[in-house]
Write a protein that binds this ligand. Structure first.
Ligand SMILES: C[S@@+](CC[C@H](N)C(=O)[O-])C[C@H]1O[C@@H](n2cnc3c(N)ncnc32)[C@H](O)[C@@H]1O
Length: 316
């Protein structure tokens, strides 16, 4: 009887404390349920520059078409999350543009990411189309290349314009092409021409080249989008008196000093544009680099950190 009584009292006591005495796996399950309750998904609305643009977020493709793409994140733990958005689109059949933006936000927020605004960090790639040899020679003439000149050709293809410039008397040349095949071809052509000691060929993105302090002549056949992106680098880096000659494409609102039409013996008429760096250009550079509406300073620290959702406006 006594034994039975002790057993019953023990059973009642155990029932009382049982919820506190969880097994290891029960405890883990309860903890993760509690933290899941704290997690919240975010709704992300991304505006892209073209209906058929490809969107990649944190390395994963987000399907869909149209000017706006919406998706929900996985449940996110507390704190700030950083997502990187990369959009790729083709504004014309020969140009591919890439724009990347990193945005910080908290789980539960609705985030609006605007990828339609031009950014100096945009990347451009254009396809290979060579300038006819006689048009290349006309570009060298238009630049009035002389023996003190260092010429630079971003997107040099097979290096024909730079080679023509060196043959016309330029001191040194620098070629860069993003396509390994083109860089290889340029190198082979430069070596075959016996100009390896005068022309340096590099493989890479010309928009990564920021130091042009030695350069006095730039040759371009790269498209309007590329020209507008390289323009501030040319304004900042080139000395007064430096010339830029572009086959066909212009420089946004920076009007050329001269435009000529050249007839190629292969057929067709080709437009060439010449700009010369002068003091006005240097003044324009100072005016353009002053803080303005799109600067982070004018939108406050939250916007600078990409916390637009919390602040209730689009992220540019
Ligand atoms: C239109 S072709 C011009 C080739 C040469 N300049 C000519 O006129 O004969 C453009 C060249 O630029 C290269 N290219 C495109 N995007 C580039 C970039 N971001 N940086 C460097 N090279 C690029 C391409 O691979 C191609 O060889």
């Amino acid at each position: 009887m006594r034994i039975l009584l002790v057993f019953i009292v023990g059973l009642v006591a155990f029932e009382r404390i049982a919820p506190v005495l969880q097994t290891g796996s029960e405890r883990t399950a309860l903890q993760s349920t509690a933290s899941l309750e704290r997690r919240q998904t975010s709704r992300i609305v991304v505006t892209v520059p073209a209906d058929d643009a490809e969107l990649v977020v944190n390395g994963a493709a987000i399907g869909g078409q149209g000017a706006s793409r919406t998706f929900a994140t996985a449940p996110l733990a507390g704190g700030t999350h950083r997502y990187t958005f990369t959009v790729t689109w083709r504004p014309n059949p020969y140009t591919t543009m890439t724009r990347t933006k990193t945005v910080a936000f908290r789980g539960g927020e609705t985030v609006r990411v605007n990828l339609t605004v031009e950014d100096p960090a945009d990347r451009v790639r254009v396809i290979y189309v060579p300038t006819p040899a006689d048009v290349a020679a006309a570009m060298v003439d238009l630049a009035r290349v002389g023996r003190d000149d260092v010429v630079y050709e971003p997107g040099c293809g097979d290096a024909r314009i730079t080679t023509a410039a060196i043959r016309a008397g330029a001191r040194r040349g620098i070629c860069i092409d993003i396509d390994p095949e083109r860089a290889k071809e340029s190198k082979a052509n430069v070596e075959a021409a016996g100009l390896a000691d005068r022309i340096e060929v590099r493989e890479g993105d010309a928009l990564d080249v920021k130091n042009l302090s030695d350069v006095s002549v730039v040759f371009l056949y790269m498209g309007d989008h590329f020209n507008v992106l390289i323009r501030p680098v040319l304004w900042r880096e080139l000395k007064v008196g430096s010339r830029i000659v572009s086959h066909r494409f212009t420089m946004g609102d920076w009007k050329p000093d001269k435009t000529v039409s050249v007839m190629s013996e292969l057929g067709g008429v080709f437009e060439l544009h010449l700009w010369t760096i002068n003091q006005d250009v240097k003044r324009k550079l100072v005016a353009n680099s002053a803080p303005h509406g799109r600067g982070a300073e004018s939108r406050g620290l939250g916007a600078a950190l990409g916390l637009g959702a919390a602040l209730g406006h689009d992220l540019h």
